[in-house]
Design a protein around this ligand. Structure first.
Ligand code: NAD
Length: 495
């Protein structure tokens, strides 16, 4: 049985813990590895290694740091196929989607390789006679990242490359539900030249997360996961004075206007609602049909029915949910929808997949006539369930979205530039797609979820991550010419 290792001070080591978590294949329930609940002592060792490594890493030339990420991106490309296979085996998503998971992380690594163009301060000459002021963006110290199960390649890569490229050292805590692809990525990072102690990995659940939040030598925490845990991390890590950012749960609405290109819109809606079995923080889980677009119900249903559910390795349209508990939760929420009066147009419960009878499968599910009071609307389902709502006008649709507490993503489908422009301006959501269902920005921008989907001001990658992982020091300098007059004591504030 494979025991997932920790990375402490450059060594991949077994944990001394007596507590091991089963890592199961979501399509079969086969236990494929054991994940340690890292001990307190091991967490302290990892933080001590990171603290010691920071002393030299912060002074390592920025171009040297950048070159490691140039090599790292090449290694990830070279190993793309085996990374995708590992990811699918433990997480369940299709191979094509697993490649996408790795690729979207790779883009952040490529961006980190350009750190020499990003970590640049300001300089103003002669703020007073012979006095210059400049700001430098210095790394914080030991930073930490806590990641969710749904993107076990992309989200760790949102975090440690930018943190390390900016001169910090790092403690990564991957999801205990699927840390194997994350560990393979970490092995490649070490192979690319990340020195010992600069990147460390610890494992486990709440105990590890709480230890990270409390540790006095950790300066910043980046968290991606559910809303309840994110709020806990924000508060707990904030209490010990850390800089914290939390990207959390969502309820993302698509708005379809009657003039939208029907075939493209339906394809994109089905892909974004049911792809990855709905386990994406940017999944479109609600669609608001405006005016006569309300007649598209049967077409939406037909698209959903055309999707094939199977084990991820069979690479069909959607795979299993991550765990039996996740499946039970999704099925329970579907039942609440029925009980609370929504019309169940398509029921994905009880689906059987040949050869994978024990898998955590739920098929595409659609509810019509959903209201804001229902639990299927007020909760993030995180399964392949689409809620249909209606609005008479675009204004009504925008009001509905703005009344929802979440603000991660949204998308409008229309051929009208004026309507799209109004939507982009008035909707209070951090990431807006126009005829594009999952508008996750590339790293020349930053992930910008907002309102209830985010705590902290700065995003986890892109320009905002450079700010998150650095602190500004402002230096004001005067160099006296030998011939300068000696002057006299000046007790005023002026320079
Ligand atoms: P989760 O909150 O259960 O787990 C996230 C991390 O927190 C894991 O590393 C886990 O070990 C740890 N954790 C779990 N329970 C904890 C507890 N009680 N105390 C302390 N730590 C705990 O999230 P998940 O189920 O792995 O991921 C799915 C969630 O993540 C969804 O809500 C999804 O919307 C969200 N997500 C958000 C984004 C975003 O960018 N906004 C991206 C991906 C996923």
């Amino acid at each position: 049985m494979h025991h997932v290792k920790q990375l402490i001070n450059g060594q991949f080591v077994d944990s001394q813990t007596s507590e091991w978590i089963d890592l199961t294949d979501p399509a079969t329930q086969d236990v494929i590895a054991k994940v340690p609940q890292t001990t307190d002592d091991e967490i302290n060792q990892a933080v001590a290694a990171a603290k010691a490594a920071f002393k030299t890493w912060r002074k390592t030339p920025i171009s040297t740091r950048a070159r490691i990420f140039l090599k790292y991106q090449a290694l990830i490309r070279e190993h793309m196929e085996d990374l995708a296979q590992i990811l699918t085996a433990e997480q369940g998503k299709t191979i094509a989607d697993a490649r996408g998971d790795v690729f979207r992380g790779l883009e952040v690594v490529e961006h980190a390789a350009g750190i020499t163009n990003l970590q640049i301060g300001d300089f103003v000459e002669n703020v007073a006679t012979d006095v210059d002021t400049y700001s430098i963006w210095q790394p914080l110290g030991v930073c930490a990242g806590i990641t969710p199960f749904n993107f076990p390649a992309m989200i760790p890569l949102w975090m440690f490359p930018m943190a390390i490229a900016t001169g910090n050292t790092f403690i990564l805590k991957p999801s205990e539900q699927d840390p194997m692809v994350t560990m393979r990525l970490v092995e490649l990072a070490v192979e690319a030249g990340i020195p010992e102690g600069v990147l460390n990995v610890v494992h486990g659940g709440k105990a590890t997360v709480d230890a990270i939040c409390d540790h006095p030598d950790i300066r910043a925490v980046s968290f991606v996961g559910s809303t309840n845990v994110g709020r806990h991390v924000y508060e707990r890590a904030g209490q010990s004075g850390k800089r914290v950012q939390c990207m959390m749960g969502a309820k993302n609405h698509a708005v379809i206007l009657p003039d939208a290109n029907k075939e493209q819109t339906l394809n994109q809606l089905a892909g974004a609602a049911f792809g990855a079995a709905g386990q994406r923080c940017m999944a479109l889980s609600v669609v608001i049909l405006v005016g006569s677009a309300g007649d598209w119900i049967e077409d939406i249903k037909a698209k959903a029915e055309s999707l094939v559910v199977s084990a991820g390795k069979n690479d069909r349209d959607l795979g299993p949910l991550i765990s039996p508990a996740a499946k039970a939760r999704v099925e329970h929420l579907i039942q609440t929808g029925v009980d609370e009066g929504a019309s169940l147009l398509l029921d994905g419960r009880g689906i059987k997949v040949d050869g994978f009878e024990k898998g955590n499968f739920v098929g595409p599910t659609i509810f019509d006539h959903v209201t804001a009071e229902m639990q299927i609307y007020s909760q993030e389902i995180f399964g392949p369930v689409l809620c249909i709502m209606r609005a008479e006008t675009l204004d009504d649709a925008i009001d509905m979205i703005n009344a929802n507490p979440h603000g991660n993503g949204t998308a409008i489908f229309t051929q009208s530039g004026a309507a799209a422009h109004k939507f982009q301006q008035d909707v209070d959501v951090g990431q807006v797609g126009i005829n594009l269902p999952i508008p996750v920005p590339l790293p020349m921008f930053s992930f910008s979820g907002s309102r209830g989907s985010k705590l902290g001001d700065l995003g986890p990658y892109g320009k905002q991550a450079v700010q998150f992982y650095t602190q500004t020091k402002t230096v004001t300098a005067r160099w006296f010419d030998d011939a300068a007059s000696q002057g006299k004591v000046n007790t005023t504030i002026s320079m």
